[in-house]
Design a protein around this ligand. Sequence first.
Ligand SMILES: *Cc1c(COP(=O)(O)O)cnc(C)c1O
Length: 478
Amino acid sequence: MLIFELSSKGRRGYKLPELDVERLEPESYLGEYFRESLNFPEVSELDVVRHYTKLSQLNYAIDTTMVPLGSCTMKYNPRINEELASLEEFKNIHPMAPEEYAQGTLKLIYELSELLKRIGRFSAVSLQPAAGAQGELLGLLMILAYHRDRGNTKKRKVLVPDTSHGTNPATASLCGFEVITVRSGEDGELDWADFESKLKDDVACLMITNPNTLGIFERNIKKMAEALHRQDALLYMDGANMNALVGVARPGDWGVDVMHFNLHKTFSTPHGGGGPGGGAVGVSERLEPYLPVPLVVSENGRYKLEWKRPKSVGKLLTFHGHVGVMLRALAYIMSYGDNIERVAQYAVLNANYLKHLLKDLFLDPYKNARRMHEFVLSTQNLLKQGINAMDIAKALLDRGFYAPTVYFPLTVKEALMVEPTETESPQTLERFAQTLREILELVERNPQDIKSSPTRTPVRKIKEAEANRKPILRASWA
Ligand SMILES: *Cc1c(COP(=O)(O)O)cnc(C)c1O
């Protein structure tokens, strides 16, 4: 397997010197540091282990329960990934190690970029962005550079659908663009007439998620690319939902100019605690000159960092980037061999099976649309009993399941956004549906019981508004 070949290269390459505390010069900083006793409280190993084990048990995690958070793609993260991500040869390499000592890491970056190029059909890929949102930032910086390069100063607007993830308008506005919202139609897809009427010559790009956050495929994506290109505007695709497409369809074929992958979502890295993540960005030929430096290139079997790229937007992340996330992504992709499309097939199958199991429980605002890897339902039918989407979410917590995403996308009232991912079994999906069924029976019989949920979680029902306005962010050790 490639990974082991990589690691053996790393072993030959670079080894950190052992730190010999005894032989440190007395006047050296480190000598002082080790002689002074540090004034930490004494805690036994056993107490530490118990403390952290208990903390971990307070948490909901994919290792203990299904986490159907729509848009977040909380799939199982195979243990082999963790083993590979902690290989000494990658973990201990000095960030400033010269190229000839970092061949394993550079090869990893090169090989993963090549795979992502093929998966998305892009001209080039940069692995620098640390997360999806930073990938968006890079994408828009490159789009800015592209228009500036052509002397086109009119391009001040970015079109964003009303179903978009919050990071899309936030990024556009961070880059100084004016954000223009485009409506979605009754079918959940971008409203063509509204799009066309807003696509003037001052539009720099459209940022669209496909499949969109309703889990619905944007069938006009090719037509959108053509219309944008006619106006010398570009197409940004938010690739957070690539788990619905990987191995089946390639955004580059549709005319997408730039797309971020969420490596930690589509290609499995534990996430949700704030990182580190991976927001690899793929580009069409149009944007290739603007990619960040350095790019990893291969020459006669050696790997080099290429810095001479005069039109580059600069550097985005220090050193080699989030190598652990790259290793996990490479392992996930390679473990599927030539069958990476299984990811998309099972993700879509699972979502559709679960949607079928839930069909008579909630309202489906897009009944006739075909769903991909996730779907959005509405709990508006329960409002008459005084129950909202948040109550259903909390009731699930009481019954051992993590909750779906709620109140997103904003176009659906009382939204429950469900994404089971490809790693859940049909039995788990059936248990989840059965649990929701029982919750709804209780809504009929005793809505107050649901209203007071959660009662079995470490933290009971809280006042949402107060918790947001006056959060308690400090632990008390008393
Ligand atoms: C998760 C997500 C993002 C942001 O990605 P991060 O890696 O969390 O920064 C953007 N768009 C969509 C649709 C997402 O689901």
